[in-house]
Ligand binder design. Structure first.
Ligand SMILES: C[S@@+](CC[C@H](N)C(=O)[O-])C[C@H]1O[C@@H](n2cnc3c(N)ncnc32)[C@H](O)[C@@H]1O
Length: 244
């Protein structure tokens, strides 16, 4: 039987091929026009995810600190936060969007994770592509001489402790946990939680999900659930969050 990840990858590949087919059937649609009319092509699940991200962003808009995305993959989350920040708070140059990933998929897994090393790797250089997207993004924002998006490449169990040690000023207003796995999620919680003020938000992509029990385990070992309201959205099934 195919694994969840294999089926998901197949489904995404078919959806992408259908999209390309539909686009190729249209008479000369420019790339810019495609993006301007993104609601024509974007699946409702993706729109629901973005709406949830907007709600979470609004919770931390007046909380000091950077946004940390744990698990960048192809960058949808990082660019959601970055676009929301430059649109809704164009002068907030101190808020960085910091994304941690190997950019080569899972570097290791634990038994609880029911996943394999290399899951989420793709057949192109995501890191270089994201760097190019950052150049494009920077060309269309205020204060673009100050870096907004920072990508930290490598195993987060190593890079997160190093990053926190090196950046002694760092405060975090939003910790978005989407590594899917036990160990890096625990590392992120242990190292970033002390940098998070009251009112800041920890968001989870996969808790209470039988496919990704490691994320729930890291949460249970780090926070007291009875002391925290774990909230979710009626319109988006995956994302939940705790306001500290
Ligand atoms: C579900 S994807 C992230 C999706 C992304 N947040 C989004 O919204 O599109 C999970 C990512 O976590 C990364 N990851 C998992 N364990 C890691 C680790 N120990 N160090 C760095 N990255 C890791 C994988 O490489 C993968 O890209």
């Amino acid at each position: 039987m195919k694994s969840y990840n294999e089926l998901k990858a197949e489904m995404e590949s078919i959806q992408q091929q259908m999209l390309e087919l539909r686009k190729s059937e249209l008479p000369s649609v420019s790339k810019a026009a495609d993006f301007k009319n993104f609601t024509k092509y974007t699946r409702r699940q993706t729109i629901a995810r973005f709406l949830a991200q907007v709600e979470i962003f609004k919770l931390v808009q007046n909380v000091k600190g950077s946004i940390v995305e744990c698990g960048v993959h192809e960058g949808g989350g990082v660019f959601a936060w970055a676009n929301l920040s430059v649109t809704l708070e164009p002068y907030m140059y101190q808020r960085k969007i910091i994304g941690f990933d190997t950019f080569h998929g899972f570097p290791e897994t634990d038994e609880i994770d029911r996943a394999s090393v290399g899951d989420f790797s793709v057949d192109y250089d995501i890191y270089s592509e994201l760097k190019n997207c950052i150049i494009e993004f920077d060309s269309n924002r205020f204060l673009n001489h100050i870096e907004k998006i920072e990508l930290v490449k490598g195993d987060a169990n190593v890079t997160i402790p190093k990053y926190v040690e090196k950046n002694q000023h760092l405060l975090v207003s939003l910790l978005y946990l989407d590594f899917d796995l036990y160990k890096p999620t625990k590392t992120a919680l242990e190292h970033f939680l002390p940098r998070m003020p009251r009112g800041s938000v920890i968001a989870f992509d996969e808790v209470n999900n039988p496919q990704w029990a490691g994320e729930t385990m890291a949460l249970l070992e780090t926070l007291h659930l009875k002391d925290s309201e774990l909230k979710s959205f009626s319109f988006e099934p995956n994302i939940s969050y705790i306001k500290l």
